[in-house]
Design a binder for this molecule. Sequence first.
Ligand SMILES: NC(=O)c1ccc[n+]([C@@H]2O[C@H](COP(=O)([O-])OP(=O)(O)OC[C@H]3O[C@@H](n4cnc5c(N)ncnc54)[C@H](O)[C@@H]3O)[C@@H](O)[C@H]2O)c1
Length: 431
Amino acid sequence: MNELAKKLKDKTANVTVIGLGYIGLPLSISFAKAGFNVFGIDIDNSKIQSLHEQNSYISDVSDKELKKTIKNHKINFTSNYSPIVESDVVIICVPTPLNKTKDPDISYIVKVSEEISKFDINKKLICLESTVYPGATEEVILPILTSNNNLKIGDDFNLLFSPERMDPGQSNWNLSNTPKVIGGITSRCTDLGQILYNSVSDNIIKVSSTKAAEMTKLLENTFRAANIGLINEMALICKKLNLDIWEIIEAAKTKPYGYMPFYPGPGLGGHCIPVDPRYLEWKLEMLNTESKFIKLSEDINFGMPDYVVQSAEEIIKKHNLNNKVNIIGVTYKPNVSDIRESPAIDIMQILSKKNIKFSFNDPHINKLEIENLTIKSESIESFFNNKELSIIITDHANYDWDYISKNLEIIYDTRNALRNIKNTKINIYKL
Ligand SMILES: NC(=O)c1ccc[n+]([C@@H]2O[C@H](COP(=O)([O-])OP(=O)(O)OC[C@H]3O[C@@H](n4cnc5c(N)ncnc54)[C@H](O)[C@@H]3O)[C@@H](O)[C@H]2O)c1
């Protein structure tokens, strides 16, 4: 067995995780708990400061867990890249968003690869976990890593892509019980990756290449985006047919095979589902081809915030309400404090353009910026007893829907959050 494989197996390898966000921080904690000596690197000094003070900024990592890991395991956090010198493994977890023209912005992974290439990468295993388009690890990262040396991939150093499948806010599925897909540039890279990830995941799925691993991630998230697009269209169709989509879904999902429930909503949110299919679409554009499904689901899903505002205007008119709406919940999904790509933001921007006033309440968000204005979360009680429309955008578990519905007269519920409310005095409009 070679030296690196032995170090990975007996956990004497030093592991560096670059990018300590939603993915990198929990990952670095998992490797520390598994027994490795871990260095966490982030260029955001405020995050490093917070970690040094043993305060977590990620809802999936409690302060208690962070403190315990720092106390009982070998983990250090820094904004300096120097730990790469003594690292056997370097895992990249930096953002891969879209730029202003909605094309992949891979500048973060390029920058980090350039930083890694300044070090001697001989005998190291480098893993990319950030979501990228098919081919990016081999076509973009590999040439950067070999730009300053004559090292041979698979012989001298190793490179792997392993898509991150973590779902923030989800407690049933975590790094250890979610199968981990890995694909190396060479089979030796994949084998080393298997030894590494075996220590934090129960089930490793090896694929034939980095490109196959990259495409696996994009298939998973395009599948979600396309199915959400389908169910959003079904919601609009049901409206036209005077049917309740939520009732139809409940009935359809009783079929024990061949059907998987997806739910309509006010739009797509988060760092993955609205973004990842675009990575694949961009790659296809480079090859002078296209995906009809991605285009179609983008059209439907990105049109939902407009549809919600249009429906809200109709409700306001019908009930002769004040020209103001109250948004209940602004994060992109329940029980997290993440507003990235949240449809609530799109909805507020549309309201602002239409000169419709708005307020919001969210127990996980104190304030946010809309069109250069800072808006603070209001108390839910401030929405009570006035002639204004309240719109439920995010159904956080700690909302007391019974209490809220007793104190509101008209609600537009885009999540079917009020499904168990029997109060007949309230007007509930559903998506
Ligand atoms: N959040 C999710 O649910 C999720 C799920 C699966 C996959 N992913 C993918 O994982 C990757 C990371 O996502 P995330 O949600 O953790 O992002 P994030 O924004 O929460 O964290 C990224 C971190 O990288 C740091 N960073 C940026 N540039 C850096 C640099 N040059 N050097 C060091 N640190 C740097 C940032 O300061 C930030 O703390 C993305 O590609 C994303 O698509 C995310």
